[in-house]
Design a protein around this ligand. Structure first.
Ligand code: C2E
Ligand code: MG
Ligand code: MG
Length: 395
């Protein structure tokens, strides 16, 4: 692992260098005391720096500007902010990093504790704060996506949702994966946006719906009555035919509409309001559940909750993570849950990732939980064993 440390204090760069090299024997640490030197080091080590430790207060060009430069260069490694600025400033910089599409690994508050540095670096690649870097070497192309649709290379993975009170499995969210013979497993972040841009998302969504309902029928024949959640791109809310298609499939597979939830990401609900309202009203008339995905990260959520027929919110994992990380963030999560409860909405909490998350939220007023602490999304063939294990563990 190669790290770059940018800090104007030689004491700090020295300390970080020691921690990185001593505690993580295999690591190499380059040092810069100003942005110009850091850029030079990046230029001389293209694509080989895995982590940048970035101080914010620097003479001349500051750390915030440096983050922008990293984004402009398409830097692929992780970012760690090392600073002693206030909590609010750190939060805003953290958002900035994410908005720059840089990979945020975490924050280290001065004075530096060696343990916090080691922990952060060790979380790379584990299922911790960050997603492992995409395994795709070459970018996906549109012809490749079309081929994948035609050849049936997309597969549904299922992530369990469990009841907050009983811990019983109530259902699953279906998440798309691309399993092409030419590549390692590809995650949605690498293909959904491209498929939206090239009008391929409708085809993928229809395939997903059919495959999920087929799977539901198999479960039903085995005596289960699970709920199923499917992600719907907000772009598809302009498609007045979609509700009819879904209803047709519901009838074909004999699933109760009340067991189906469509998750729509809040941040994209801006498009054509009138058409979306028509589509959502129709789906809701059929008895299908509508959920706002990544709730809390979009715009004007309260107005939307009131005017659109949603009956569930999925609170974004950011809020759970923040609440565990900092006591002062806890009221944010609590008030979101409280508001949803008072509006009569079901509340699903995403990103229950660790035991600490679980313990903090288990009496928080949510209806169900989803997250790595319960299970990662998995292919159907792994589900049966997981279900048996979960049942044993909870009963
Ligand atoms: P989402 O609907 O919010 O799905 C939850 C995402 O969070 C999934 O990522 C899941 O693997 C991940 N996740 C679940 N629990 C945890 C946890 O405890 N910690 C962390 N760090 N992550 C967790 P995934 O599968 O990569 O999907 C990413 C997004 O892609 C989804 O976010 C959804 O918006 C979109 N997506 C997935 N499948 C489809 C699809 O078939 N159609 C459309 N339109 N979008 C899809
Ligand atoms: Mg979702
Ligand atoms: Mg979500």
């Amino acid at each position: 692992m190669k790290c770059l440390i940018l800090d104007d204090s030689k004491a700090i760069t020295g300390l970080l260098q020691l921690i990185i090299m001593d505690e993580l024997g295999a690591a190499e640490a380059l040092v810069a005391n100003n942005v110009a030197d850091a850029l030079l080091l990046l230029e001389n080590n293209p694509a080989s720096i895995d982590v940048v430790f970035c101080d914010l207060n620097l003479p001349d060009v500051d750390g915030v500007a440096f983050l922008r430069m990293l984004a402009e260069q398409g830097f692929q490694g992780y970012i760690v902010i090392v600073s002693s600025v206030s909590h609010r400033v750190l939060k805003s910089v953290e958002h900035l990093v994410r908005n720059h599409q840089l990979k945020f690994l975490g924050t280290i508050i001065k004075p530096i504790s060696p343990q916090s540095v080691v922990q952060l670096l060790q979380s790379i690649g584990s299922h911790g704060a960050v997603k492992p870097p995409a395994t795709v070497k070459e970018k996906l192309t549109v012809p490749e996506l079309i081929e994948a649709l035609e050849m049936g290379y997309f597969e549904c993975y299922y992530q369990p949702q469990v009841c907050a009170m009983t811990r019983n499995v109530v259902g699953f969210e279906a998440l798309a994966r691309l399993k092409s013979p030419k590549r390692d497993l590809v995650f949605p972040d690498d293909f959904i946006a491209l498929m939206e841009q090239h009008s391929l998302i409708l085809r993928l969504t229809k395939d997903q719906i059919i495959s999920v309902f087929k799977q539901w029928k198999i479960w039903h024949q085995q005596g289960h009555c699970y709920r199923v959640a499917i992600n719907i791109s907000a772009l598809l809310l302009n498609d007045l035919e979609l509700p009819g298609f879904i209803l047709e499939q519901i009838n074909k597979y004999g699933i109760k509409p009340t067991l189906v939830t469509l998750e729509i990401t809040e941040s994209c609900l801006n498009e054509d309001r009138i058409k979306a309202l028509e589509v959502l009203s129709r789906l809701s008339m059929y008895g299908i559940n509508l959920s706002i995905d990544d709730f809390g990260t979009g715009y004007s959520s309260i107005e939307r909750l009131q005017s659109l027929p949603f009956n569930e919110v999925k609170i974004d994992r950011l809020f759970v993570q923040n609440a565990v990380a900092s006591e002062s963030e806890r009221p944010v999560l609590d008030s979101m849950i409280g508001m949803a409860n008072r509006l009569g909405l079901r509340v699903v909490l995403e990103g229950v990732e660790t035991l600490a998350h679980w313990q903090m939220v288990c009496h928080s007023g949510c209806d169900s939980f989803q997250g790595y602490f319960i299970a990662k999304p998995m292919s159907v063939d792994k589900l049966e064993k997981w279900l048996r294990d979960w049942d044993k563990m909870t009963h």
